[in-house]
Design a protein around this ligand. Structure first.
Ligand code: UGA
Length: 440
C-alpha cells in the first residue's frame, strides 16, 4: 500500500519505518530540513533501539524515503498518517497547531480519495476538526474527494518503540467509515496475527482511550509513590507490598514501581491535557489532580532524603547516575533528574552527573547552568562527592563495582531512586543506603 506519514518525530518515524518493514511504500514528510537531510543520510536523530537499522534497510529496499516536498508526499499516499507533535499549551491543553497545519497541507495537495489517520495524541473531537479543515481546504480548491479521518492512537513506549509497534497489545481504530476501516484492517493485518488485536470504536472513544490509558498508568505510579512514603513511616517495604498486591490478577504486576516520579513526553503532558479537557466540560477530575500533585512532590523526594542524611546541602557535591527520564532513551523531557538538579543547585550544592546515553542531550540542555558537570565515566562522577543519587535504572547500574563506589565517594552514601539494591547487601559492602519506600 502507499502510505504517507506527516511528522518524522518519535511516533511518525516509528510508524513509517514499521509500515515500510511490512512491505508498504512509505514517504515521510517533515518541515525540518536538517532532520530530513539527516534521515536521508540514514541517521536517526533519536536513540531508539532497532530503529536506525530498520530505517536504513527499508530506505535501501526503496520502500521508505524522506522529503520536505509536501506535494510529493501528499500525492503519494492513499493512507496519510498525521504523527506530528502535540506539545502542551500554556493552559495545559494540547496544542493542535501542528496537527491542523498537517490537515491544511493534506487539503492543499491531495490528488484523490484518502484515509487520514490521526496517530498523534489529540484531545477528544480532533478527528472531527481535522476532517472539517480538510473538507474546507478541498472546497476552496473546488474538489470533493471523499476523505475519511480515523483516530488510531499510538501506544508505543520510548526505548521499546519498534517492538511495541510490531507487536501491539491492541490496535485501536476510531471511525464509522466502513471502507476506511477495511483499508486499515488490511494495513494492520501483519501486526494482527494469532489473536484479534484490532478494536473498532467511534473516533471520540478512541481519542479518549489514549488519554485514559496514560492517565491510569500515571495513577498507578503516583499511588505507589504515595504508599512508598507511608511504608517508610510504618516500617514496611514497598517492594514486598508491590509483589503482594501485584499477584492479584485484577491489579497485575506492571507499572507498580515506586521511584523518582514519572517523566517523559507523554504522562505529564497527557495528564495535564486530560485535566484541561475536564475543566472545559465543567468537570474537576479530582483523582487525576492528586496524581499530578503527588508526582510533583515525588520528584523532590530524593533531595529531601539527601538533606535528612547530610544536613544543609550548600557546598556539598552530589553525584548523579542517570539523567534520561527512563532507561534506553536519551530523552530528558520532564525527567525527574532535571528537578533534582534544579533543587540541588538552588541549595548551593554542585552536581556531577553521568548518563550512558543522554549525556550529549543533557550537555546541550544544561550548558548554561553553573554548578553542574556531566562526565563520561560513571565512577569519575563519584570522586570527592558526598553522596551518589541514582535516578534512572540503566542496566549498567544494576551490578556496579561497589568497592569503587565506596572508595571514590567522600562518604559512602547512596540514595537510590529506583530501588536497585538490597539494604542488607549494601550494609555488608560498607555503604549507607536508602531507597524509596524501603527500610534502610
Ligand atoms: C508512555 C506509555 O507507557 C505508552 O504506552 C504511551 O504510548 C506513551 O507514553 C505515549 O503516550 O506515547 P513512555 O512515556 O515512553 O510511554 O514511558 P513509560 O515507559 O511509560 O515510563 C513513563 C515514566 O513512568 C518514566 O519516567 C518511568 O520511570 C516511570 N515509571 C514507570 C515509574 O516510575 N514506575 C513504574 O512502575 C513504571
Amino acid at each position: 500500500m502507499k502510505v504517507t506519514v506527516i511528522g518524522s518525530g518519535y511516533v511518525g518515524l516509528v510508524t513509517g519505518a514499521c509500515l515500510a518493514q511490512t512491505g508498504n511504500h512509505v514517504v515521510c514528510l517533515d518541515v525540518d530540513a536538517a532532520k530530513v537531510a539527516q534521515l536521508q543520510a540514514g541517521h536517526v536523530p533519536i536513540h531508539e533501539p532497532g530503529l536506525e537499522a530498520m530505517v536504513r534497510a527499508n530506505a535501501a529496499a526503496g520502500r521508505l524515503r524522506f522529503t520536505l516536498d509536501a506535494a510529493d508526499a501528499i500525492g503519494h499516499g492513499r493512507i496519510l498518517f498525521i504523527g506530528v507533535g502535540t506539545p502542551p499549551g500554556e493552559d495545559g491543553s494540547a496544542d493542535l497547531q501542528h496537527v491542523l497545519a498537517a490537515a491544511r497541507t493534506i487539503a492543499q495537495y491531495l490528488i484523490g480519495p484518502a484515509v487520514v489517520v490521526n496517530k498523534s495524541t489529540v484531545p477528544v473531537g480532533t478527528a472531527d476538526r481535522v476532517k472539517a479543515v480538510i473538507e474546507a481546504g478541498l472546497a476552496e480548491r473546488q474538489i470533493d474527494y471523499p476523505v475519511a479521518v480515523v483516530s488510531n492512537p499510538e501506544f508505543l513506549k520510548e526505548g521499546a518503540a519498534v517492538d511495541d509497534f510490531l507487536r501491539p497489545d491492541r490496535i485501536v481504530l476510531g471511525s464509522e467509515d466502513e471502507s476506511a476501516l477495511q483499508l486499515m484492517r488490511t494495513l494492520y493485518a501483519p501486526f494482527n496475527r494469532n489473536r484479534e488485536r484490532i478494536q473498532v470504536m467511534d473516533a471520540r472513544s478512541a481519542e479518549l482511550t489514549k488519554y485514559a490509558a496514560n492517565a491510569m498508568l500515571a495513577t498507578r505510579i503516583s499511588f505507589m509513590n504515595e504508599l512508598a512514603a507511608l511504608a517508610e513511616q510504618v516500617g514496611a517495604d514497598i517492594e514486598q507490598v508491590r509483589r503482594g498486591m501485584g499477584s492479584d490478577e485484577r491489579i497485575g504486576t506492571h507499572f507498580l514501581y515506586a521511584g523518582a516520579g514519572y517523566g517523559g513526553s507523554c504522562f505529564p503532558k497527557d495528564v495535564r491535557a486530560l485535566l484541561h479537557t475536564g475543566r472545559e466540560h465543567g468537570l474537576q477530575l479530582g483523582v487525576l489532580e492528586a496524581v499530578q500533585a503527588a508526582n510533583a512532590r515525588q520528584k523532590r523526594v530524593l533531595v529531601q532524603k539527601l538533606e535528612r542524611r547530610l544536613g544543609p546541602l550548600a557546598g556539598r557535591t552530589i553525584a548523579l547516575w542517570g539523567l534520561a527520564f527512563k532507561p534506553n532513551t536519551d530523552d530528558l523531557r520532564e525527567a525527574p533528574s532535571l528537578v533534582v538538579i534544579e533543587e540541588l543547585l538552588e541549595r548551593g550544592a554542585s552536581v556531577v552527573a553521568y548518563d550512558p546515553v543522554a549525556a550529549t542531550a543533557a550537555r546541550a540542555q544544561l550548558h548554561d547552568k553553573a554548578g553542574i558537570t556531566i562526565v563520561d565515566d560513571a565512577y569519575a562522577a563519584l570522586d570527592g562527592a558526598d553522596a551518589l543519587v541514582i535516578i534512572t535504572e540503566w542496566r549498567e547500574f544494576r551490578t556496579p563495582d561497589f568497592e569503587q563506589i565506596r572508595s571514590r565517594l567522600r562518604q559512602p552514601l547512596i540514595i537510590d531512586g529506583r530501588n536497585l539494591y538490597e539494604a542488607d547487601e549494601m550494609a555488608a559492602q560498607g555503604l549507607v543506603y536508602e531507597g524509596v519506600g524501603r527500610p534502610s
